[in-house]
Ligand binder design. Structure first.
Ligand code: NAD
Length: 311
């Protein structure tokens, strides 16, 4: 079990992250997801190396904790993280000991993150928050940014050893929960910038401008940002981004509604004024409740605006 790594949550991001981790480490990997098909797909992808580096499927978080000492989780939101870490007989907390080191890369409420980590630490194990930025493109290329909240710099350094297999920038943000603060601030800005780029592309196209030309101009002008340059929401401008694949894959409207909700909640709690952030939250809330849009990538705000423009 010593130094064996376990990975829980093989979704849009976790699958690609675990893939890089497995390829770069010279050791077996323990995996768990409630979606068994995701585990099977993962193992099938690595069938040529299984004899040297086995991949073990397990059916519960506690089994991951019993078989692995380093555990990385990549789950959708706060309730999922609470469930996997703390709730029920087969949760992680019932399997950890003083050798366990838990890294949660999911984006969750910072109060939930602190609660979960502190309960694990109370059991004698170590736990940190390390949410990520960079999307599925960064997850695939192992160029993610990890924002790490950890009780000690020793914990940060230990996490870095593993996180550097999946990311390029591993940043120590401070005490537990601070990784989550950095992450929701980033995603609030991302939501605002995506809405802005989608509105801009839609306006330009409605006025008769060629979409590719407009995107090129934006990307060499002052409007340039990640949403225009790396993840443009207009279909066909960039290959391999969700907007060019019918808005499939990527970062769902449901998850963006969740992240902006976390930002709005944090703003209320800290009495901070966030006007555009609150508007972006309402837009993504709406999209996450609109039939056909829930699971689409968050760049589908362009399609939604475009549909409205034709009414
Ligand atoms: P996802 O929904 O695609 O994947 C989540 C995975 O967790 C799924 O495979 C699901 O089956 C599994 N899961 C859910 N509940 C479980 C449980 N109780 N036990 C075991 N497995 C369980 O989500 P994602 O897009 O990969 O995002 C994961 C996290 O990363 C989220 O917090 C998200 O906000 C954050 N994030 C996503 C992106 C992105 O571009 N998708 C980018 C940065 C951060």
């Amino acid at each position: 079990r010593n130094d064996t790594v376990g990975f829980i949550g093989l979704g849009q991001m976790g699958f690609k992250m675990a893939n890089n981790l497995y390829q770069k480490m010279n050791s077996p990997l323990i995996i768990h997801d409630i979606n068994k098909a995701a585990m099977e797909k993962f193992t099938l992808l690595h069938k040529s190396t299984l004899s040297q580096k086995p991949i073990f499927h397990v059916n519960s978080p506690i089994e991951v904790a019993r078989k692995a000492s380093i555990i990385i989780t990549m789950l959708p939101s706060s309730p999922h993280v609470k469930k996997v870490y703390l709730e029920g007989q087969d949760s992680l907390i019932n399997g950890v000991d003083e050798n366990s080191f838990l890294i949660d890369s999911s984006t969750v409420d910072q109060s939930v993150s602190k609660l979960v980590s502190n309960q694990i630490i109370d059991k004698g194990a170590r736990a940190i928050d390390a949410p990520v930025s960079g999307g599925i493109v960064g997850a695939e290329a192992a160029t993610l940014t990890f924002m790490v909240g950890a009780s000690t710099s020793e914990d940060f350094n230990k996490a870095k050893e593993y996180l550097s297999h999946m990311g390029k920038n591993i940043v120590y943000c401070g005490k537990l929960g601070t990784g989550q603060i950095a992450k929701i601030c980033n995603n609030m800005l991302l939501a605002i910038s995506m809405v802005g780029v989608a509105e801009t592309m839609n306006l330009g196209v409605q006025l008769g401008m060629d979409a590719k030309l407009l995107a090129n101009i934006l990307n060499t002008s002052t409007g340039r940002c990640w949403s225009s340059e790396v993840y443009n929401p207009y279909p066909g401008i960039l290959p391999n981004v969700p907007s060019s694949k019918n808005y499939e894959g990527g970062f769902s409207n449901t998850l963006m509604a969740k992240d902006t909700r976390l930002a709005v909640k944090a703003a209320i709690d800290s009495n901070s004024t966030i006007i555009l952030g609150a508007i972006a939250q309402q837009l993504y809330n709406q999209l996450s409740k609109t039939a056909g849009y829930e699971k689409c990538d968050f760049s589908s705000i362009y399609k939604w605006l475009n549909d409205l423009s034709r009414v």
